[in-house]
Every structure is written in structure tokens, then in C-alpha cells.
Write a protein that binds this ligand. Structure first.
Ligand SMILES: [Zn+2]
Length: 424
């Protein structure tokens, strides 16, 4: 590489040398080290001046956000990486990250080494991203054609936190006032979605009280809110308490005081943040004009709001169905089915005959079929006949017995003890 001294400027007796590298046409070397400007062999002035070398040219990072249907190769191409390098770098991820796991909104930092100051581009030297809160995956160019993966573990500390409040006008406002993060409130309402209809059952002076983990870095920097360990809702003076238990076999579950599952067979409201816009029963049809029995409930929600499978089950129908528009029917067991109508579109892996789990996103709110605006028409079908979902007494899920119950009671008592360390 040929180095030329471009200019020597004398300022207050100190000489700064700015150097410029002539661009070479060889393939990127991948070497992070960039040659420093060498000093001329013969002194320029007498006595020899003190030279101050310019700092090495900087690395630049472009942050790219994953779009729907993106792959790492597409992302890297968008950042200006060559196709060959994009493929090589992506391959370095190997089994550490399933390409299908790349989600819309994931941020990828793409790194380049510039050759001199003031230049806006450089050689691609790798990329990095944080697939989850306690891991960083970093792909670095270690040779001309070689990229290697580095997995960096981020240690997080979990600290108990108690948040409680009383509802004045809305649960949302009370939660925000108490310092609860909106994401934790969503988790809280989801926990109780088998017991509580949050549109109808919440009254002034109802209370909530939760024990939740806060995740910190080792230096104390807050990272995010963790899992809800314990939650209590007091509705019209009646408390409902749920305790978290994690097992190898069943994952995270919540149980009441006596080890009965928080999960009921079906969700009353298979959608978040929706407003009940039309109940079950006789009504004047908004389009047809005459009185007709409305065999479901309508939840008004913005177009695109996710719709959840109300319970574990098997998809029996997915597609257009007359006035229902885009329609899904799930059979949960020999007695219960649920149906969802007017959807904008379906989730990718929802097909007839596929099994879905409770809370899984099956589609998105729309206004297809005979509909006046975006809403979910939701039906619960018992032995082939629609019933009023809001009147249904829901049967309970897994109830603990024997050793499972014993372990749960230990966990419950431990959580109670941890809760009691905080004054209410
Ligand atoms: Zn309807």
C-alpha cells in the first residue's frame, strides 16, 4: 500500500500530519488493523518536531431494522454488503440462530471499517444483534473469506418488585400511575383473561397487587420487566390470586391458592384492548335493517389487531365463508368450538387440520364479509349451537395433585414470604 503525506500544517508549534491512503483495487482483506502513517525518514525541521499521529480511521455501524419476510442476506444487501459476503456472513450463524426466528422489527448492527476519516463507507467486517435480552450474537470477519460467530452472554440479575394500586377510572390509568409497564399490564390481563372480562367486570375501587421481576445488568442498569410471579385482583371485594410455577414438562403456568389452573377451557375475550360493540341476542341488524338474532359477540378493534385462539384445539375451517368474510373455526373438544369472523387475514401457519394452542395468534381484525367496520365477530359453539360467550361458565384447566401440588404449595409459600418483605 502506498502512503502519501498530503499536508503538513503547523499550529502553535505542533505538527499534525493528515494522511490519506490511495485506494487499492484488491479484495477486502478483512483485517481490522489499518496501517498507520509512517513518518518521513528525514526530519523536516530542526530540532525534530513532535509528531502527533491522527487516530486510526473509524469503524462505522449501520443499524438496519428487519421487515416482514426479511432474511439476513436481504438485510445485509440493504446495508450495502456484497451478495457473496452477505451469504458467507449469514452462514457463520450456523445453528446458533434459526433463520425463521428473525422477526419484524429486530435491529441488526452492520459494521464497516473505513479507510480514512470523513469517508462514509468501508469494508464490511461483520454484524451483530441481540436475539434476546441476555445474548448478543456477533459475526466477525476473521479472514478475507471467513466469518466467525461469537456468542456473548449478558448476565442479568432479577430483583423482586411489588406494584399495587386501586382503580379509580380505569385499570389502565391505575396501572400506569402505580408504575406498571404497559407490557406487564397486558401480561396481567392475559393471566386473568379466563376469569375476568376486563371490559365488563372492572369497577371503581377494585384493586391489584403484583410481585414482578425487574431485570438488571450487573452494574444495576435496568433492562426490562420480567415475569409476574404473583398477581392478585380484588374485584367487587372478591380476591382472585394467582401464583407462577415453572416446570420442565409444562413450562410456565399460573395456579390459584389451591393449585387449580388459571387457564380455563376457553377465553371469554380472544383479543386485547377491544371494546364490546354488540352483544349476543336479538338486535336490529346494522346492514340488513330488520331484527335478527345475533349469534355471537362483536369486539370493535383497530384493523390488524391480533386475534387469539380461545383455547387449545384443531382448526376445522379457514377461508371465506359468505357473510362471515374471512372466517376461522376451531374445535376444542367434543363439546366446544369457537368461530372468528370478518378477519382481515389469517396467520401464516393456520391451516385446516392444524393444532393451535390457547393464546396463539390465528389472524387479524378486519372488515371482510357483511360488516360495517373493523371488528371481530366471535362465537362459542356448544354441541353445534351458538351460545352467549359472556354467559358461559368456563370449566377449569389442569389441577395439581400429589407431588405436583406439594411442590406448588412450597413455591406459593415462598412467593408469599417474598411479597411480605415489601410494605403494602
Ligand atoms: Zn357479529
Amino acid at each position: 500500500m502506498i502512503i502519501s503525506i498530503v499536508g503538513i500544517v503547523l499550529i502553535f508549534g505542533t505538527i499534525f500530519i493528515s494522511s490519506q491512503f490511495r485506494s487499492n483495487n484488491t479484495a477486502p482483506t478483512g483485517n481490522d488493523k489499518v496501517p498507520k502513517a509512517s513518518l518521513p525518514a528525514t526530519p523536516i525541521t530542526q530540532p525534530p518536531p513532535r509528531f502527533k499521529l491522527p487516530p486510526p480511521p473509524p469503524k462505522i455501524t449501520k443499524t438496519i431494522e428487519a421487515r416482514r419476510g426479511d432474511t439476513f442476506v436481504k438485510l445485509l444487501l440493504r446495508a450495502g454488503v456484497s451478495r457473496l459476503d452477505a451469504h458467507r456472513a449469514t452462514r457463520a450463524l450456523g445453528k446458533a440462530y434459526r433463520p425463521q426466528a428473525l422477526k419484524e422489527g429486530q435491529l441488526i448492527r452492520v459494521n464497516f471499517q473505513t479507510k480514512s476519516w470523513g469517508v462514509k463507507s468501508g469494508n464490511f467486517i461483520g454484524f451483530e444483534f441481540t436475539p434476546n435480552i441476555n445474548k448478543i450474537l456477533k459475526v466477525r470477519r476473521t479472514d478475507t473469506n471467513l466469518f466467525t460467530l461469537q456468542k456473548i452472554k449478558v448476565l442479568l440479575e432479577r430483583v423482586d418488585n411489588r406494584i399495587s394500586g386501586s382503580i379509580d377510572t380505569s385499570l389502565y390509568l391505575a396501572a400506569v400511575k402505580s408504575g406498571m409497564a404497559p407490557s406487564s399490564l397486558v401480561n396481567l390481563t392475559r393471566l386473568f383473561s379466563w376469569d375476568v372480562d376486563f371490559q365488563r367486570d372492572i369497577r371503581k375501587n377494585d384493586k391489584f397487587d403484583i410481585l414482578i421481576e425487574r431485570l438488571h445488568l450487573e452494574n444495576g442498569q435496568f433492562k426490562k420487566w420480567g415475569q409476574i410471579l404473583y398477581a392478585e385482583l380484588v374485584l367487587s371485594g372478591k380476591p382472585i390470586r394467582l401464583y407462577r410455577m415453572k416446570t420442565q414438562r409444562y413450562g410456565v403456568e399460573y395456579f390459584d391458592e389451591r393449585g387449580r389452573s388459571a387457564k380455563k377451557a376457553l377465553m371469554k375475550t380472544p383479543i386485547d384492548g377491544a371494546r364490546l360493540s354488540s352483544g349476543y341476542g336479538r338486535r336490529r341488524h346494522p346492514i340488513l335493517g330488520y331484527t335478527k338474532v345475533h349469534r355471537g359477540v362483536d369486539f370493535a378493534a383497530p384493523r390488524g389487531t391480533p386475534i387469539y385462539a380461545a383455547g387449545n384445539g384443531i382448526i376445522r375451517y379457514v377461508g371465506r365463508k359468505g357473510a362471515y368474510g374471512n372466517y376461522i373455526k376451531i374445535r376444542h373438544n367434543s363439546t366446544y368450538s369457537t368461530a372468528y369472523a370478518h378477519l382481515r387475514n389469517f396467520s401464516r401457519n393456520v391451516r385446516t387440520g392444524r393444532r393451535v394452542t390457547q393464546g396463539q395468534i390465528i389472524g387479524y381484525v378486519g372488515s371482510t364479509g357483511r360488516s360495517t367496520g373493523p371488528h371481530l365477530h366471535y362465537e362459542i359453539i356448544v354441541n353445534g349451537r351458538q351460545i352467549n360467550p359472556l354467559k358461559l361458565k368456563l370449566p377449569s384447566g389442569r389441577n395439581l395433585r400429589g407431588n405436583a401440588l406439594k411442590s406448588f404449595l412450597n413455591i406459593r409459600d415462598n412467593l408469599k414470604e417474598r411479597l411480605s418483605r415489601f410494605p403494602k
